[in-house]
Design a protein around this ligand. Structure first.
Ligand SMILES: Cc1cc2nc3c(=O)[nH]c(=O)nc-3n(C[C@H](O)[C@H](O)[C@H](O)COP(=O)(O)OP(=O)(O)OC[C@H]3O[C@@H](n4cnc5c(N)ncnc54)[C@H](O)[C@@H]3O)c2cc1C
Length: 389
């Protein structure tokens, strides 16, 4: 499998055509109005973009992870808010059910999710972000049900979702060990969404609190085994980081698209800006860094598709791509001169606000560096042990 195969280029063109026709015309207004574009959900589902990580058996489109990454990249290239809605639903909402769910759970929740009913992922809490082991949401068994109390914050699609995969402490074991996960449905008593965030970027995505007040959850809605929640969401985030990397890549590409158009079309004292060396070098650096980010993201995606251990690779991809995306957006704003700083005039300023959030969601850059360095040290120690054996 090569990511430059025509099959993938054709797929990219298919997604790009759809994104330009249906998503791009809404990108500015949903950002300005902080409006979740409900009207996009059915068309996205009809094209299979809301069931990309799920096989056809459960109503999904059964795309490869590489195709999924290309799709998130192309949607984000025109609209970061749409990119995160698609990425969170596929990687964080559907994938844990697909990977860890019972046959009954898969049959019950995946077809609806693939048909466009959004599924959210509730891990982060006011006192448990990077340190998810600090989870305070609690689940206890009472009369053959789990009773859940607590709150989750910064949850993508919290208001719009019909179900959510959430984590809760099920025992007093310290840190990560006593955490389990559950599938909750929105109509259930005591399960509501709360305050919507007024975000710097990705303003057309729906980010809010989820609150649980004595929510009665049937035992069969526990996902996987008791105490297995921490491992599940670590694996879920490994996959999710490929899509956040792809989002940042698409946003960075969108910044380059915008800067290149301006630099070629704009003249300063009779010379196209793109021919001025200061600008030309910025464009060259953006293109080079984006190509490098693309390589890391596609490599992690292909490793996932081939069943290889890809956790550290998705951390490389997410760390590098999100920081490259931020650098590209800043460079684009500089190339666009003063117009680059005027809200709404060029896409670069929106991209700059959107892409910054890719450095935070699904593990901050610091957390990616911890994952990567721990893996380096582990490999070094394993090699030492092998040599001394
Ligand atoms: C747009 C967006 C969408 C999101 N969607 C979801 C979602 O759908 N579901 C969900 O559960 N969460 C979601 N989140 C939450 C996100 O995953 C958390 O914001 C993120 O994990 C960081 O947690 P925190 O904000 O509590 O920051 P903290 O964990 O409080 O971190 C604060 C700062 O300290 C640093 N830091 C923390 N620990 C360490 C350490 N050990 N070493 C070095 N530095 C450290 C961090 O890097 C950061 O700079 C979303 C966030 C955003 C911005």
């Amino acid at each position: 499998m090569n990511f430059w195969d025509k099959k993938y280029e054709d797929f990219r063109q298919q997604v790009r055509a759809f994104a330009l026709e249906r998503v791009a015309p809404l990108a500015v207004s949903i950002d300005e109005e902080q409006r979740f574009p409900k009207e996009l959900i059915k068309p996205l589902a009809d094209e299979g973009y809301l069931g990309m990580v799920v096989s056809k058996k459960y109503g999904g489109s059964g795309f490869e992870t590489l195709q999924y990454a290309i799709a998130v990249e192309e949607f984000s290239r025109v609209c970061g808010s749409t990119g995160i809605t698609i990425a969170a639903h596929n990687s964080l909402g559907l994938w844990p059910i697909y990977e860890f769910g019972s046959e009954e759970q898969k049959r019950k929740y995946l077809p609806r999710g693939c048909a466009g009913e959004l599924v959210a992922f509730g891990l982060t809490e006011p006192d448990a972000g990077s340190d998810a082991g600090g989870t305070k949401t609690r689940a206890v068994i009472e009369d053959d049900n789990w009773i859940i109390n607590g709150s989750k914050c910064w949850i993508t699609s919290a208001t719009e979702c019909y179900a959510a995969v959430v984590t809760a402490k099920t025992s007093d074991e310290p840190g990560s060990r006593g955490i389990s996960s559950f599938i909750l449905e929105k109509g259930w008593d005591g399960f509501v969404s709360g305050k919507k965030e007024n975000k710097l970027g990705l303003r057309g995505s729906d980010t809010a609190f989820l609150h649980f007040s004595d929510v009665k959850v049937p035992l069969e809605n526990q996902l996987g085994e008791t105490g297995g929640g921490f491992k599940q969401f670590m694996k879920t985030l490994d996959g999710g980081r490929i899509s956040i990397g792809a989002m940042a890549l698409g946003l960075g590409q969108g910044a380059l698209d915008c800067a290149l158009k301006y630099a070629v079309e704009q003249e300063a004292t009779g010379l196209s800006l793109s021919k001025r060396q200061g600008v030309a070098f910025q464009l060259a650096d953006m293109e080079t860094e984006l190509q490098a980010a693309r390589g890391l993201i596609y490599r992690a995606a292909m490793m996932k598709d081939e069943g290889l251990a890809y956790g550290p690779n998705s951390a490389h991809a997410k760390l590098f791509a999100s920081e490259v995306g931020t650098r590209c957006a800043a460079k684009a704003i500089a190339i666009l001169e003063t117009g680059g700083t005027r809200v709404g005039e060029y896409a670069a300023e929106r991209i700059w606000r959107d892409v910054k959030l890719c450095e935070i969601g699904e593990g901050t850059s610091e957390i990616q560096r911890i994952v990567i360095s721990r893996n380096l040290v582990r490999r070094y120690q394993e090699e030492l042990t092998e040599k001394s054996a």
